[in-house]
Design a protein around this ligand. Structure first.
Ligand code: GLU
Length: 468
């Protein structure tokens, strides 16, 4: 069998869903293709004075809404096909959670562990400069964010470089999201993708009939979970599902995996990793030599939260989980997807499940453009209204509320409260939308999610009058 690239796999998933839509082939093709890709090569002066050539990309998949949006990853595996596939997933993801952006993705082909902080800063600033030169960045054009191998620090360098050169000073803060809070970032963005994964899994587990069909009880409580990848997304997903009452039985990082059917505490495992440099040899847990071994552990829910292409036709038949919750982008190949569906595995797809990151990026972008913290105008007003209401109830009943009850009820929403509740609402709404489409068309959730995305993007084109 010929090797199918990541982009070909995403396109195959698209075609499978497109067959359930009424749109003409020309429109479907316009939705599917990547609008622009910029491949740049630039020099990096290493700390030892030597010069290295760096390959980097930015793909803008769909301009049906502006700006386009998507993270930047730093990884040795970065290539043009990968950024194009990831940019396409961003278009569908934004449509699924009703975030009004087109999709994009960037990548720099470097193994960041081999570079000093100063070298990473030089790469990031030069990459940003290249994007500015070609109009591939800007608050209304293309807004990057963190992805695998990048975080708030890189976003702060991007902002600073953009600020130095760009003319649109008033809106410049909105040229990138996932920034540190002191640099125009928003509270809750770092945890957002993991928190969104938790909301999505919790919502999926709420439907008794769906769980019964898998031989599971409804609810997250007591579900045995394995998480592969403890980066920002995997760590936070693990933390939130654990807090939600699930039991983490397996955790994996690139050095290997650990298994304890009695449960693992993710923060204790992270502390052990900081101390020893590895998650292996964690007290009371069994060591598994390869990260990929974790995928085949017995559990109810498997959360792949590392990179794409982890579950393939080679290992799909060995997966014991009843639910696969795709926190990473593209962790299940198209072939593996077919095998898993035949085996009755329930897959909560990446294009929905990891959309919490871009959802909160959208909130950050709105905050930057409005130049005001969410809740600033209303917090104290809400607090005083709640206090008055409690006092009125006390007067009417002659009873007094405890100070704890007053403190719990009589406060206004902070920015973090609003961000988290906006995220929760978004994830619950979007799940119910795709679940309904899945039932109507009798298809799996991924196909339903793609159908939903295709229809929403199609509406934009039809409204623009581009297609009859
Ligand atoms: N890199 C994240 C993703 O794959 C976030 C993108 C964003 O916030 O723009 O969804």
């Amino acid at each position: 069998m010929v090797h199918e690239s990541f982009l070909e796999q995403v396109d195959r998933m698209f075609d499978k869903a497109a067959a359930h839509t009424p749109h003409p082939p020309g429109l479907l093709k316009q939705i599917k293709v990547c609008n622009s890709v910029y491949h740049m090569t630039f020099p990096l002066k290493r700390d030892d004075g030597s010069i290295e050539t760096i390959q980097a990309y930015r793909a803008e998949h769909s301009h049906h809404k502006l700006p386009v949006k998507g993270g930047i990853r730093y990884a040795p595996s970065v290539n043009e096909d990968e950024v194009m596939a990831l940019a396409a997933l961003m278009t569908y993801k934004c449509a699924i959670v009703n975030v009004p952006f087109g999709g994009a993705k960037g990548g720099v082909m470097i193994d960041r562990r081999q570079y000093s902080e100063a070298e990473i800063e030089r790469v990031t600033r030069r990459y940003t400069y290249e994007l500015i030169r070609k109009n591939f960045i800007g608050p209304g054009v293309d807004v990057p964010a963190p992805d695998y191998g990048t975080g708030p620090r890189e976003m702060a360098w991007i902002l600073d470089t953009y600020n130095t050169i760009a003319n649109d000073k008033l809106d410049a803060l909105a040229c990138v999201t996932g920034k540190p809070v002191g640099q125009g970032g928003i509270r809750g963005r770092t945890e957002a993708t993991g928190r969104g994964v938790f909301f999505g899994i919790r919502e999926a587990c709420r439907f008794a009939g769906d769980m019964e069909a898998l031989g599971l009880e409804p609810g997250l409580e007591g579900k045995k979970i394995v998480v592969q990848g403890l980066g920002n997304v995997g760590y936070h997903a693990a933390k939130f599902v654990q807090e939600g009452g699930a039991v983490l039985v397996g955790l994996a990082e690139y050095e290997g995996a650990i298994y304890n059917p009695g449960g693992l505490d993710v923060d204790a495992v992270m502390a052990h990793r900081r101390e020893t440099g590895s998650i292996l040899d964690y007290p009371g847990a069994e060591n598994l030599p390869r990260s990929a071994d974790a995928l085949e552990l017995p559990c109810d829910i498997l959360i792949p939260a590392a990179l794409e292409g982890q579950i393939t036709r080679e290992n799909a038949r060995n997966i014991q989980a009843k639910i696969i919750a795709e926190a990473a982008n593209g962790p299940v190949t198209a072939d593996a997807d077919t095998i898993l569906l035949e085996r009755g595995v329930f897959i909560i797809p990446d294009v929905y499940l990891n959309a919490g990151g871009v959802t909160v990026s959208y909130f950050e972008w709105l905050r930057n453009l409005s130049h005001v913290r969410f809740g600033r105008m209303s917090r104290r007003f809400e607090e005083s209204m709640h206090q008055q209401l409690l006092r009125a109830v006390e007067e009417a009943t002659g009873k007094k509320f405890s100070p704890e009850t007053v403190a719990r009820i009589a406060h206004g929403a902070s920015e973090e409260d609003l961000v988290n509740s906006g995220l929760e609402e978004t994830m619950i709404e979007a799940y119910n939308e795709i679940r309904e489409i899945a039932r109507r068309h009798d298809v799996d959730l991924r196909t339903a999610a793609f159908i939903n995305a295709i229809n929403k993007v199609a509406v934009s084109y039809l409204e623009m009058g581009i297609f009859p």
